[in-house]
Design a protein around this ligand. Sequence first.
Ligand SMILES: Cc1ncc(COP(=O)(O)O)c(C=O)c1O
Length: 390
Amino acid sequence: MRPSERLQRIPPYAFAELERKIAARRAAGADVISLGIGDPDRPTPPLIVEAMQEAVSEPQTHRYPSNRGRADFRAAVRDFYARRFDVALDPDTEVIPAIGAKEAIFNLNLAFLDPGDYALAADPGYPVYTGGPWLAGAEPVLMALEPEHGFVPDLGAIEEGVARRSKLMYLNYPNNPTGAVVPAGFFERVVEFARAYEILVVHDNAYSEISFDGYRAPSFLATPGAKDVGIEVFSLSKGYNMTGWRCAVAVGNAAALEIYWRLKTNIDSGLFEAVQLAGVAAVSPDADAEVASMNELYRRRRDVVCDALRGIGVDVNPPRGTIYIWAPVPEGFPSSAAYCEHVLEQAAVVLSPGAIYGPAGEGWFRISLTTPDHRLMEAVERLGALAERP
Ligand SMILES: Cc1ncc(COP(=O)(O)O)c(C=O)c1O
């Protein structure tokens, strides 16, 4: 059986590979602790589960949903954006439910890119920013996120010809994998750039609800002019421990959302209405205390991990957002993959090699804080013991 040319152009999805390696080590009897994938270990908050239970017992939720989404879900998202980000949204034209951010991000490529077009993709970045354009027959163009620029792309370094051929730009703050938050003034520069080159900005807002030390992440749409040039994909996966539920929204520029909707009506049949009703509970003020307590849990884990890494000589900056620690590979290893392979073989701890997020991630590794405390402590102790071995 031969996969399509399109599929052959993209490497296997990195986390699928990682899962295979973990399974092999476990089958060989190792007690593997995975700090790899960013999948919250805590259950979905009870108020969201209860809303789902109630909704699922209502037969009218069992039918095909509309791709436009339920009016109450769209109104709840409007209220959330006003309350949380001070962004006004028209729920009839500026909010569309998505079956997870991954669906929206992938499908936007099909909706906007033709062969020969470019999509500007943060490097390192979420793999769908590159896989999506390839599968759409277009080309991703990487924008390196360097620590000396605060992990934001240098827009001035994008060649004129490239900018002119670019139709989409993917950004994500708070950022996976670097944990960076957006520096003041950057989103304003993005709006100016996107206007000049007629690029649709897609801000992937997967982590805004996870932040520490008093920091509150903004929406891209709060930037003056952002709605003229962009949309934001807001996912409920990470902030509300809902990765398995597949619940997100695309919000912002109405004309762009209309095109996305047109594509979606040909591809999927919308988001299960019971999940939309669970989403209403998630974005209501009633869930704020749950979000705050998750942030406190991640802050504590972040501090434990950063202290431990510093203790073994790794120079790490504690992130102000996301569930990730992004740290430089210790000296003596030729690549991030070699270091992570060594840690998996010798300590049975899974780290993500930075290079799987793009070439600019080489020399770094990522730790996800979504592992129960006692396992995280054990992993950190194993890393310490490994570093002390001659
Ligand atoms: C930056 C980023 N965007 C999107 C996603 C996927 O979100 P969803 O579960 O809503 O598809 C992830 C998941 O890891 C992510 O890190």
